[in-house]
Write a protein that binds this ligand. Structure first.
Ligand code: PLP
Length: 458
């Protein structure tokens, strides 16, 4: 009878533990405690989730094989890989597909945190793209298998159930799955634009002030935005940063996640050229910024699955960053283990090729022409009055607010005409115009306006 009661109590408490409503039953590892001690007294330390606090990088197989890599000159029997004549064993037909790659570059495991050369190259590029970061301390970017993985890792490390997650009301729908459904965050939105058509800094501030629970808030910002294709001007960046600093001054620890998936696709003169991450890197001791960016869109390699995760916060030292990076490396180890080796090797070759910046400029010029073409089509249109275009200046997308017609009905009608678009909340129609060659844009928009008129009975 007593045993039965003990078993029931055990099941009850282990359920609570898994639901996050009760501390973990397993004592915290001393390596995790060491990392937490290093981070204690910083916003980064206070912002960690329960899981984030428990993570540490074990001195197990990975650490021992790294040590053997440096010292085991005779026989290295540490890694779960097969070798032949000192090289990873490969199938010749596969290697024939990649003539410029050694077996090591093609099929070896990459380090958990990513290829060190690629990480350094990405950091150097970040400084070129964001001169405001120069002279500031920030972490060496970690490689993640795509931006999505970087977002999930951030959620794992920093979001507890019930934590407040604040986001402007136009966002990539995957954030809902990652932060609300998977992490049970308290998902709070505010209108993206204020009444003057600027990014709604006051709305952001109000949302943080009203909702930050336990002195903690997570803010998610994505520029150029999906679905709007909007990025802040320098003025808007400065105002946003000021609002976030004011929230921090009021005593809230804030994690700001910057999703820079479409970074660099800036087409309007007024758009701030630097990432908003640069405005946050030295803003306030209570603000930790995490920049999630990647080769995915910036280098036109969507299926490579290579992105980067970088931290910055005022006052953090090299030792603090090392502790944060160790915890994040542990989060990679428990989920994806490491990112694609061949994709990382290819990016190192690409980024060290003198043609790299030239080729990128050429492609960006094509995207800019498409942007200008869409602006021209919109400024001279005489149809589609039910579609109000929302401000856009960058990225892949633009969106229409559907007035008096259903976005979903319009999407279906367009599909019947062989045109694919995305309807959001039945109010917004998102057009990924950067998927269409310039010559096709006029026809596509003409069909779009005609369909909207048909639905509106005009
Ligand atoms: C805003 C935003 N973030 C992240 C991603 C996903 O990036 P990745 O394919 O590298 O996971 C997308 C893809 O559409 C996106 O629109």
């Amino acid at each position: 009878m007593l045993e039965c009661a003990q078993i029931l109590l055990f099941i009850f408490f282990s359920r609570l533990t898994r639901a996050g409503g009760f501390p973990y039953s397993w004592p915290m590892n001393s390596l995790a405690i060491e990392l937490n001690d290093i981070l204690s007294g910083t916003a980064a330390g206070r912002l960690l989730s329960e899981t984030g606090r428990r993570l540490f990088f074990p001195r197990g197989i990975i650490a021992q094989s790294a040590e053997a890599g440096r010292r085991a000159g005779r026989f290295n029997a540490t890694v779960g890989m097969s070798y032949e004549n000192g090289r990873p064993m490969t199938l010749p037909s596969l290697m024939g597909l990649f003539p410029g790659f050694t077996a090591h570059e093609a099929v070896n495991y990459a380090p958990v945190g990513g290829d060190p050369q690629l990480r350094e190259l990405w950091k150097a590029e970040m400084l070129v793209k964001n001169p405001g970061l120069s002279g500031l301390e920030f972490s060496l970017p970690l490689v993640t298998p795509g931006l999505t993985a970087g977002l999930s890792l951030t959620a794992e490390l920093f979001v507890n159930p019930g934590d407040t997650f604040i986001i402007p009301d136009a966002y990539w729908d995957n954030y809902e799955l990652i932060f609300r459904e998977a992490k049970d965050a308290n998902f709070v939105t505010f209108p993206f634009f204020d009444e003057e058509g600027h990014i709604n800094c006051a709305g952001l501030k109000e949302a943080v002030m009203k909702n930050s629970r336990g002195g903690k808030a997570v803010i998610m910002l994505n520029f150029p935005n999906n679905p709007l294709g909007y990025s802040p001007s320098s003025f808007e960046s400065t105002s946003l940063a000021r609002c976030i600093a004011e929230c921090a001054d009021a005593g809230t620890d804030i994690l700001v996640i910057i999703d820079d998936a479409y970074f660099g696709l800036f087409f309007d003169e007024n758009v701030a050229r630097q990432s908003f991450f640069a405005s946050l890197a030295n803003l306030h001791e209570r603000v930790l910024a995490v920049k999630i960016d990647g080769a995915t869109k910036e280098d036109f390699v969507w299926g490579f699955r290579i992105a980067f995760l970088t931290y910055a916060s005022k006052g953090l030292s090299k030792e603090h960053y090392a502790a944060l990076v160790t915890k994040t490396t542990a989060a990679i180890r428990v989920s994806f283990s490491s990112s694609s080796r061949i994709a990382q090797s290819a990016l190192v070759k690409l980024m060290t090729n003198p043609s790299y910046p030239v080729e990128k400029e050429e492609k960006l010029a094509i995207l800019k022409r498409r942007y200008l073409k869409v602006k021209e089509i919109l400024s001279s249109r005489t149809a589609g009055a039910a579609l109000r275009e929302l401000p856009f200046n960058s990225g892949y997308f633009m969106s229409f607010l559907c007035e008096g017609i259903s976005a979903e009905d319009l999407r279906k009608r367009l599909l019947d005409k062989g045109i694919g678009t995305i309807a959001l909340q039945d109010r917004i129609l998102r057009i990924a115009y950067q998927s269409i060659d310039e010559e096709g844009l006029a026809d596509m928009y003409a069909a779009l306006f005609a369909s909207a008129d048909e639905l509106a009975g005009r």
